[in-house]
Write a protein that binds this ligand. Structure first.
Ligand SMILES: Nc1ncnc2c1ncn2[C@@H]1O[C@H](COP(=O)(O)OP(=O)(O)OP(=O)(O)O)[C@@H](O)[C@H]1O
Length: 227
């Protein structure tokens, strides 16, 4: 489902004399449907960079990144947007939303964008918000003023509202209490059971052991640093 093949990435810092920072070289791995793979490796090894390349935020310098039928490394921006709508979900650590949109609509939006009836989309959003213990009086409010853990749970609800065939999870349990952490781990297990291919960064080792089938040490793809 997700095939990363011989991918490299370097950053060119144009505002710092064109300094080149090679980060990743020759990264290759695959994630099958129903599998959850953790990216591990020391800080700065390139875990987030690799996730951003799979999501199409950072362009790979070379290689291919196939998600379903799309090569993210070569796709046009509109193909990447279509991929993100239909195939590739992403739970980031930080919630970015349009101000004043109620939480229930923030969570339902991925479904309404796909043409799901708004009432059905809101019902599914409500079920997830309830499961993630977001109090019902908050659903009509914008999540911009929510606590860190509440915002993270809204992000998680949004990431799981559509049954994406592929999912990227950036620290999905980072600021959660034990109860909500367990809910998130159950959502991940359910996504695997329905065949989702998942790539995640989990500094929470116990969470990683609970849901991940394999670890990929990104340090193995580290490019030799040159000035
Ligand atoms: N936009 C950018 N411009 C320049 N350099 C960048 C950029 N993004 C990442 N880097 C560099 O790439 C390297 C890898 O960073 P990355 O954030 O992918 O590491 P990580 O493994 O996710 O680290 P951590 O576990 O600390 O979050 C770092 O040396 C970082 O400075």
């Amino acid at each position: 489902m997700i095939d990363v093949s011989d991918v490299s990435k370097r950053f060119v810092l144009h505002n710092q004399g064109g300094a080149v920072i090679p980060v990743i070289e020759g990264a290759s791995f695959s994630v099958r449907p129903g599998e959850c793979v953790a990216l591990v490796g020391s800080s700065g090894a390139g875990k987030s960079t690799l996730m951003r390349m799979i999501h199409g935020n950072y362009l790979a310098a070379s290689g291919s990144i196939r998600v379903g039928g799309t090569d993210v490394a070569r796709a046009e921006p509109r193909e990447i947007l279509k991929l993100r709508r239909e195939v590739l979900g992403y739970v980031s650590q930080f919630l970015r939303v349009v101000p004043r949109v109620p939480t229930i609509d923030v969570v339902a939006e991925p479904l309404t964008t796909l043409g799901v009836d708004p009432d059905a989309a809101r019902a599914r959003a409500a079920a997830l918000l309830a499961r993630l213990n977001i109090p019902e009086p908050l659903w009509a409010l914008s999540p911009t003023t929510f606590s860190g853990g509440e915002q993270q749970r809204v992000n998680i609800a949004r990431g799981f509202v559509h049954d994406y065939p592929a999912l990227l999870l950036d620290e999905p349990t980072a600021s959660l209490d034990a109860t909500n952490r367990a809910v998130v781990l159950d959502l991940i297990r359910a996504a695997k059971a329905r065949g989702a291919a998942i790539v995640g960064i989990f500094h929470d080792e116990a969470a990683r052991e609970a849901v991940c089938d394999r670890e990929i040490d990104v340090t193995g793809f580290a490019a030799r640093r040159a000035a």
